[in-house]
Write a protein that binds this ligand. Sequence first.
Ligand code: ADP
Length: 498
Amino acid sequence: MIDKIGGELRRLLSLRSLQARIFIIVLAAGLLPSVIVRCGILDNYEEQSVQNRISTVRNQLLIVGNHLISNNYFNTKPEGYSSSVSKDVINAELEMISNLYEGRVMIIDSSLKVVRDTYDISEGKTIISEEVIKCFQGTDMSNYDSDHGYIEMTTPIIDTSVNNGEIVGVMLTSISNDAIVAMLDILNRKSVILQNLVLVVILAMAVILSVVLTRPFNRVTKAISEVKAGYTDESISVPDYAETAHIVEAFNQLLTRMRLLDNSRQEFVENVSHELKTPMAAIKVLADSLLAQREAPAELYREFLEDIVSEIDRENQIITDLLALVKMDKKAQELNIVSLNINDLAELILKRLRPLARKKDVEVVFESMRPVVAEVDEVKLTLIMTNLVENAIKYNREHGWVKVELDADHQFFTFRVSDSGLGIPEDALAHIYERFYRVDKSHSREIGGTGLGLAITRGAVLMHRGAITVTSVEGEGSSFTVKIPLSSKAGSGAGLVS
Ligand code: ADP
């Protein structure tokens, strides 16, 4: 159990798990936008608030500035123009602004002397500051110090009665930013609470989605495990996603193939047992009937023993063919490739089979278009040629003919065996390469066929990456064509389709 949990955790951490990936993607997709939006909104709010505050304060200072000029605050106009009453009014206005915005306002005249300071600290002092001098030159400024929470700004006092207006003084103001900071704090706290709520919802969604979305894959694994464990061999179905449907479809195809293989193996074993039992049963019947007759004549013994010998020969033949077939099935078995003169081999095989042909008065002719040398396994090619020519003789009529043709192009050589024999019915053509298949069982048995010859032949052809094809007309004859690459390396892996 602990091992299982550990394995799951390792899988999650190594990010090879689809579940972990879905979890992280949903979490990131849900959280990132909310964090970005939160930071963006707070930043924007701070900037907007500072700008609003600056423009409100500046408007009010401009109005005060106009009052300063109209009331001759700097005593630049003739005597009697200003009164101490109006000066007090203006000072009260300045006081009000400085209280309202929790700040300090200093009025500086053209000689850089502070004529009024709402903090009453710097009055009469001379202030030499870059910002003030720049303001006298026409460039006012505003500065936001977010670390210390205040805004500093210069506002020109313009005497419009002079041509084009003359800057006669500057208001240097610093106001507190505490209200904005407090509001930002409240907003920040609320957004953090909201974000935590969103985090909980997104976490829950990430967990649910990662579990729900990967569930069909778990179903696939479970279904495959059940087949593996042997609870069922039914085709499985998980149609939830196109992907799971594809995986399951591929698995079902594999299952069908395995079932076919299993069936064919079972069928093969049944056939082998049956084929091996038949001669045995015949031997037993012959022996029993001899034993049953107390004084059987010597001729009868001889006749029955000859039959027994022929049944033993048959049994031998089946075992020899089976061994050849089993060898052919071993895919890993290497071919013993040699460079071989195919014309010579064909001549040799025909020489060996001519006595059999003579028995049936079948004429065998060999036509070679050109000398052919190919890289092949001599034993297996001998098997191929012998089986085809032997069949052409065996399944021929009296006084018939067999024609063997050999030809080649730059890539393949072709070995064709045609005969004037019985032919193969159309519906049997698809089965002749099956193990133990015989068109006419009794006839084939009579002439010593086991039904394994063509299965062996096809196996040997495929091992050479060649192809075997057949055309046949029942009652007229058949023609088998084998096409094999001249070089064992040519087209490696591709092969021909037979
Ligand atoms: P067998 O050992 O019985 O000859 P094969 O596998 O060689 O088995 O052939 C399978 C069946 O195909 C044969 O039983 C026969 O009916 C048919 N067959 C094969 N070659 C020929 C041929 N040249 N002419 C007619 N029938 C053939």
